[in-house]
Design a binder for this molecule. Sequence first.
Ligand code: CA
Length: 279
Amino acid sequence: MSRTITKAGSRLDVGRLRDHNEDDLGCRQASSDEEAQIFGELFVLADGMGGHLGGEVASRLAIETILTTYYASSQADIAAGLAQAILLANRLIYTRSSGDRDLSGMGTTCVCSVVHGDKLYIAHVGDSRAYLLRDRSMEQITEDHSWVEEQVRYGLLTPEEARVHPMRNVITRALGNAPDVAVDQSIHPILAGDILLICSDGLTTALDDEAIKEVLISRPQPQAAVDKLVEMANDAGGPDNIGIIVVYVEKVVPYGSNGESDPSEQRPKKGWTKFLPFS
Ligand code: CA
């Protein structure tokens, strides 16, 4: 078990063509060693859709529900806690949109990332993305749930054609469209020096991966990297709302290296309950 020290930056920007923002995000860094040990740090981004107010309501509901539910989870397992939080968000958005004509059809993408010990947990639905950059090499660690991504997989479009394709906004999975949803999850080892990027398609439509990578590598502070990416996406036309979270992994400190004991051994094995508001 290791403790990870991160530094994060984030920003939401409406872009140049839209008149309101349907992206949303939330970050919760551990407030205590105990919280870090149990839950780690959670970073969530959502890109809402649906006419009128729907998109922004859906993305806000996703962020709020996931942040609260995850940290109230009684699940001992990080991945299970994340899945539970996302499924509840899906259910709440679906119920709300079914009961309100103004919000009918609303939905949202969502990318959740938990940094816990020396691991990175990713859970996502939709076409917002997570990338992991290590040693100057940047890899997309989520697979878009989109029509163009399916065409790329079938060999019918190249990734570059997909990026500018007129149907690039058509997603094949979202929160809020049905009572249940399939959540993709993955776990990755993390090292000091790694950079995590979570973003909506407002960034990846405007800039290619190479341009994004150069900014992340050249800025010593995550907030400076985020601000530069927003500026460049807007200079490239700002075709959509831009939502970005950047996390720099500064240190992965094994417990015991400073004479500390491993707090996972101190965790109560029995009778460990946290209030769970929903079931
Ligand atoms: Ca978008």
